[in-house]
Design a protein. Structure first.
Length: 126
């Protein structure tokens, strides 16, 4: 068990980091991505580069046409499982809602309002 704690500490693994990765996957959209003339995968202007971590697989093909000097490139991407990431986030926040309600002695609805307010204050910009 000590080795596990040591590895977690050394890698600086935290719940917020894990949730941040799930959020990247859960809220990534195919419209966030584009390619350059060489077929390299990029994020669109204004989209954080970290969204590239939502990409599970990338396949680029380049075709040269004999008629003229036109080159075509096609890039296919597959994103990580969005539904799985959303389920994991939902589970975490359901547990957190229960903890907040118990700690504050409030109803579930009041706890959700408090939790939403707290999240709005600390939510990282994606």
């Amino acid at each position: 068990m000590d080795r596990l704690f040591s590895a977690v500490k050394q890698l600086q693994i935290t719940i917020p980091k894990i949730l941040g990765e799930y959020a990247i996957i859960a809220f990534a959209d195919l419209d966030d991505f584009t390619t350059d003339d060489e077929g390299r995968l990029l994020v669109r202007p204004g989209v954080p580069k970290q969204l590239l971590r939502a990409v599970k697989k990338k396949k680029a093909t380049r075709t040269e046409r004999r008629i003229g000097s036109r080159n075509e490139s096609t890039t296919e991407i597959e994103l990580h499982d969005k539904l799985h990431a959303l389920d994991r986030l939902k589970e975490h926040f359901q547990d957190l809602q229960t903890d907040v309600a118990e700690d504050a002695g409030e109803s579930s609805a009041e706890a959700m309002k408090l939790l939403a307010k707290l999240l709005a204050e600390v939510q990282p910009a994606l």
